[in-house]
Design a protein around this ligand. Structure first.
Ligand code: URA
Length: 295
């Protein structure tokens, strides 16, 4: 059979698309044909297929994304409605250690003992959030579910497993991003958090974002997207469009739990396309990644 020359850009795009397909559970994908000697694949370079692979170095968030702006005092806004300025005030040059300490103080001295709303009466424990304090990508979900309420960790149930796959497909590890929710306590029966619960709890999330200062925020699902954008729009309209939250780029996308319920090719492609925009924004696209290639 005659070999057909494929443009390297098309090839790279196809690989990226297929990586998304695999990330969202499509396992029966066509196997990649061996590269011909003249073709130069871009993402990632072909691995020496049959020899035992050398241990892969961990994917790194580019150093440039960790730089902090000029020093000025941090202000804490109590709610999104508190006449927020257009952009967050520049952050003092906090070290990793200081950020870690301030976040731990927030968790231990305020969040864990919080009884400001009714959700505190039914929770097992608070779910503060977790991840790299210098993360360039900050995921925001809706609220803890049953497994999160039991473990005190965000996104560790079924939806969490899918979020993990999404993060891996982006070329990151879960420990390299930050993950939190708009409310820190489980709403009974996993109902949507009520507006007053979100308002009461949101200063904690705002403080986390102020300290971590990610390059991109990804809101997962309608409650998080609506709250962060003060919008009444639908998820269908919000997703996939770049927005700003106080000077930080924000990408709304579907919640992994919605994706699990409505596991269509169209929805998976939509999420993968949103994540690719995020990858572009943080300099991850086209970089060699330590995830298995799906083809
Ligand atoms: N787990 C979380 O932590 N948040 C969600 O929104 C869903 C599951």
């Amino acid at each position: 059979m005659r070999a057909v020359a494929i443009n390297p850009t098309t090839r790279a795009r196809a690989r990226l698309w297929l990586r998304g397909e695999q990330a969202f559970g499509q396992e029966a994908l066509p196997l990649r044909k061996r590269e011909s000697a003249t073709e130069k694949p871009q993402i990632p370079p072909p691995s020496p297929a049959k020899t035992a692979p050398a241990p892969k170095p961990p994917a790194k968030v580019p150093v440039a994304l960790r730089q902090l702006p000029d020093p000025t005092p941090i202000e804490l806004y109590t709610t999104a409605q508190d006449s927020p300025p257009l952009a967050l005030p520049p952050l003092p040059p906090l070290s990793r250690e200081e950020k870690t300490r301030l976040l731990a103080e927030l968790e231990e001295q305020q969040v864990r003992i919080c009884t400001k709303c009714r959700l505190s009466q039914t929770r097992t424990q608070t779910v503060f959030g977790e991840g790299d304090v210098d993360a360039s990508v900050f995921f925001i979900g809706e609220g803890p579910g049953e497994t999160e309420d039991q473990t005190g960790r965000p996104f560790v149930g079924r939806a969490g497993k899918l979020l993990d796959q999404m993060i891996t497909a982006m070329g990151l590890k879960r420990e390299q991003v930050y993950i939190a929710n708009i409310v820190k306590c489980r709403p009974p029966g996993n109902r949507t958090p009520a507006p007053d619960e979100v308002e009461t709890c949101s200063p904690y999330l705002v403080r986390q974002i102020e300290l971590i200062r990610p390059k991109v925020i990804v809101t997962l699902g309608l409650p998080a997207s609506k709250y962060m954008l003060s919008s009444n729009s639908t998820m269908g309209r919000l997703r996939g469009q770049w927005r700003q939250w106080r000077g930080i780029q924000l990408m709304p996308t579907f919640h992994p739990a919605f994706l699990l319920r409505s596991y269509t090719v169209e929805n998976r492609q939509a999420v993968w396309s949103d994540l690719q925009k995020v990858m572009d924004a943080v300099g991850l696209k086209g970089k060699k990644r330590d995830v298995e290639e799906p083809v």
